[in-house]
Write a protein that binds this ligand. Sequence first.
Ligand SMILES: *Cc1c(COP(=O)(O)O)cnc(C)c1O
Length: 363
Amino acid sequence: MDVSKRAFNFCAGPAALPTAVLQRAQAEMLDWQGKGLSVMEMSHRSDEYMAIAAKAEQDLRDLLVVPNDYKVLFLQGGASQQFAEIPLNLLPEEGVADYVDTGIWSKKAIEEAKRFGRINVAASAKAHDYFAIPGQNDWQLSKDAAYLHYCSNETIGGLQFDWVPELGDTPLVVDMSSDILSRPIDVSQFGLIYAGAQKNIGPSGLVVVIVREDLLGRARSSCPTMLDYKVSADNGSMYNTPATYSWYLSGLVFEWLKEQGGVEAMERINRAKQELLYKAIDDSDFYSNPVAHNARSWMNVPFRLADEKLDKAFLAGADARGLLNLKGHRSVGGMRASIYNAVGLDAVEALVAYMAEFEKEHG
Ligand SMILES: *Cc1c(COP(=O)(O)O)cnc(C)c1O
């Protein structure tokens, strides 16, 4: 196909993948590097596949500068399975864990964790209608929390931390599903990082977990084998058959990211993309975004039209121009543009041009 005909895809997830990655996967689909078979058909124990898996892990380690005392796991069940896996591994039955509520995804994590023990909601953005993040000075932390969980980027509300909590010895556990690899982080600040792949990494179903080694081997005895981080780590994420093709495709994305200049380059481009889009929203009386400026997400930009009766026409016009999946989450309404790494500045420029055109016609 003529790749210039590919649409600009603003989907929140599963989200856009780099065209170059899909082309590479296409070229290797029937015959991976002259071996005469597809990656999808390989034994996960084969030398070929083991090399693919190891390279993906190494590239991710390079991109995020993951310290040696952290394991990188490629697991299944998406980010949502981690909502249970985390307390099963890290929360002793008589213990307590602190959670910060900044929106729908952190609330889901809280609800699931409550099935396994005592959960203290140390802070909630509810008091700010989920348009701002309460500062750490206002958090009600437990004295002996097993860990603190938060979500660095609320994909639905468009609320993102631009800081990392500082908690001394309490391990920080973070859901980075929708902003991992979008800019540099210091992995050593965290006990455990997890991210569903389908936003900024690769295909859905896969979840990447980066966990400090001292947090392994703490699972309760009732923890299912498949959910025990130590079992996964000891078996190189291959206790059972891993999601081989998703892992391979994620590896291609990591290679692509390195070619682009890594997470530093992504930060520069992502900064420019969000500046352009929020400026278009703020400069008009027709579009609005209610999130406090220091908590605005670089990855997911929800916005409303002045009159929601125009939503349908806006989406139809966008579709006709190849600007896809701009409808906001059903719980929020309005619009949402997800502008992950694979969505380039050209996509945001096209969106902003369309927004101006639509406003001129209907504003
Ligand atoms: C998408 C998303 C999830 C859920 O991911 P699944 O892989 O569908 O389970 C969890 N947290 C955040 C922040 C997300 O964006």
